[in-house]
Design a protein around this ligand. Structure first.
Ligand SMILES: O=C(O)c1ccc[n+]([C@@H]2O[C@H](COP(=O)([O-])O)[C@@H](O)[C@H]2O)c1
Ligand SMILES: Cc1cc2nc[nH]c2cc1C
Length: 350
């Protein structure tokens, strides 16, 4: 394995148990019945553990949208043509996509990173870390070489480190890539041991008939590629995508820096699964923004042990579900830092 990648993986430490315990005690001194803020209390404890701070902050947030194309689209697995990936990158840069709207709403900086789009975009607002113009068709050959996959993970880590150096306190990860629900379904099936039927969905809106075809293609590809389910990098290289590998890398880098991460939907969570398998401590740095309509997302979240914060029937990607969930993390952090204690407010405690 690439030495730099190995170092990142090994440097992720467990979250601070001491901070979690300290926060649990402190939350019980605040003017509310114990446990009455439910999951917000769990989030506040987790944030303290991740950041190793008594009073953790999640603002300002930063959003990374990784974009990549997929050779598997040749097999007719998406409702939209490949050119939409590049067209949507332009839309992100011009501020017109859903993620732009939600980024403005939560005051997040937004960076779009091209790690593998099939077309060229000449625009200084785009971060270009292109590994290749789309993955190979994984029905015919491995999606990426090992060197390409490692380069994509490192590109993701580097993108996260740049945002962290600029001062973000919470990383929101999103993606764009026509065909990437096919890659994510394959990854999740192999890594969880679920059947392909269970992990395949309608993606951007394919028919029931096309969904059956998508399942058959993935089943055949898994048989031909024969990935090793115990080796996440092997699975990622054979069936993954550049943006998915970059998400794994961004998560690794954020965890290394003690920065909480909000995952978006199905594709992001498949990248997170690979990161968790590389270092199980990663799990505790992750928040699941929402549960997507893609059926495989539930299995992926269960596998990581992450309970989604929202369930709004979304299936867009781009980081939208994670951005929408950010105010919940912000509320948990502010509850910890701004609420009065029983003593301060002269409220009788039991
Ligand atoms: O985030 C999700 O759960 C999600 C579910 C379905 C579709 N998407 C988005 O739709 C694209 C992939 O869909 P498809 O049908 O082309 O595989 C990709 O750009 C994703 O961001 C995203
Ligand atoms: C229009 C469109 C926008 C998207 N955003 C994320 N994935 C997408 C897929 C399509 C097709």
């Amino acid at each position: 394995m690439n030495k730099q990648l190995q170092e990142i993986i090994q440097s992720v430490k467990p979250v601070s148990k001491e901070r979690i315990t300290e926060t649990a005690h402190y939350l019980d001194t605040l003017t509310k019945p114990p446990g009455s803020l439910g999951r917000l209390e769990e989030i506040a404890k987790q944030l303290a553990g991740i950041t190793d701070q008594g009073v953790p902050q999640v603002s300002p947030p930063g959003i990374l949208v990784f974009a990549g194309d997929h050779g598997i689209v040749e097999e007719g697995v998406s409702a939209f043509p490949q050119e939409v990936t590049v067209q949507m990158i332009r839309n992100f840069l011009d501020g017109g996509a859903a993620i732009n709207v939600f980024a403005r709403q939560i005051g997040a900086s937004l960076q779009v990173v091209d790690v593998g789009a099939a077309g060229e975009i000449d625009d200084d607002r785009l971060v270009t870390k292109k590994i290749a113009a789309g993955t190979a068709n994984f029905l015919k050959t491995d999606a990426m070489t090992e060197a390409q996959m490692e380069a994509a993970i490192l590109a993701g880590a580097e993108s996260a480190n740049t945002m962290i150096a600029r001062g973000i306190k919470c990383l929101i990860v999103g993606e764009m890539g026509i065909g990437n629900t096919t890659a994510a379904s394959a990854l999740v099936a192999v890594l969880t041991g679920c059947s392909v039927e269970q992990t395949v969905g309608h993606g951007t809106g394919i028919s029931a008939e096309k969904k059956l075809h998508k399942s058959r293609i993935i089943e055949e590809a898994i048989r031909l590629r024969d990935p090793n389910p115990d080796n996440p990098l092997n699975v990622l290289k054979k069936l993954g995508g550049y943006e998915i590998a970059a998400i794994s890398g961004a998560i690794l880098a954020a965890a290394q820096a003690g920065i909480p991460v909000i995952m978006d939907g199905f594709i992001c969570t498949s990248g997170a699964m690979a990161a968790v398998r590389l270092n199980p401590y990663i799990k505790d740095y992750l928040f699941a923004g929402h549960v997507s309509q893609e059926p495989g997302h539930k299995m992926a979240l269960e596998d990581i042990g992450a309970a989604p914060l929202l369930d709004l029937g979304l299936k867009l990607g781009e980081g939208t579900g994670a951005a929408l969930a950010f105010p919940v993390l912000e509320a948990a952090a502010r509850m910890r830092s701004e609420m009065a204690t029983f003593d301060e407010a002269s409220v009788t405690n039991k």
